[in-house]
Design a protein around this ligand. Structure first.
Ligand code: C5P
Length: 201
């Protein structure tokens, strides 16, 4: 049986870093499930029907260039409201979770829909302002031309779309451990996550 760590939360709360470090620490594989929706979003921007793109998605699509741009993030959250897109991506995520060494999956609905029986569920959050300022720093460091106001507006638009959709909305599972990273260093947040996982090992 695989040991499954489900990590959910809104954009730029620290999920990505926490997931990578937790996976490395415990020797688990890691899947950033946002990449699946980004890959479908990118194909939609290129003119492919989103449902067909989701049905045909394979592991190599997750290495495509351009998945980390703000435009693709918005496209991802638009295709993510389509029930058939979500359904088409379920098997890939559940198969990944069955990795015998243990698996960390991070996203929006891992603890609620994809792996409701996960061994440990974490919900990583932070205020929209803190998340936007982190994302602004990342985007400018990687050469994107944007403004703090634009990034905050994008974060809020995605939060609204992700938490108000009918299917698999962003919300903590009833049994998730909440970690609010607004006033935490990334090291402290990682430490809190490792401690929570360790308790269930
Ligand atoms: O995590 P990331 O910012 O890469 O996710 C991009 C978008 O993909 C999210 O805004 C959300 O709409 C969607 N997503 C989702 N369910 C997941 C992971 C991501 O709906 N498990």
């Amino acid at each position: 049986m695989s040991f499954i760590v489900a990590i959910d939360g809104p954009a730029a709360a620290g999920k990505g870093t926490i997931s990578k470090v937790v996976a490395r620490h415990f020797g688990f594989v890691h899947l950033d499930t946002g990449l699946l929706y980004r890959a479908v979003g990118l194909k939609m921007l290129d003119g492919t029907d989103a449902i067909s793109a989701a049905k045909a998605l394979g592991a190599t699509d997750l290495d495509a260039d351009g998945l980390r741009t703000p435009e693709v993030a918005q496209a991802a959250s638009k295709v993510a409201v389509i029930p058939d897109v979500r359904t088409a991506l379920v098997d890939f995520q559940r198969s990944f979770a069955q990795h015998s060494n243990g698996a960390v999956l991070d996203g929006r609905d891992i603890g609620t829909v994809i792996c409701p029986d996960a061994d440990i569920k974490l919900f990583i959050t932070a205020s929209p302002e803190v998340r936007a300022s982190r994302r602004f720093a990342e985007l400018t460091a990687s050469g994107h031309d944007t403004t703090p106001d634009q990034v905050l507006a994008d974060v809020k638009a995605r939060d609204a779309r992700d938490s108000q959709r009918d299917v698999a909305p962003l919300k903590p599972a009833a049994d998730a451990v909440l970690i609010d990273t607004s006033d935490m260093s990334i090291e402290a947040a990682v430490e809190a996550a490792i401690t929570a996982v360790q308790h269930k090992r």
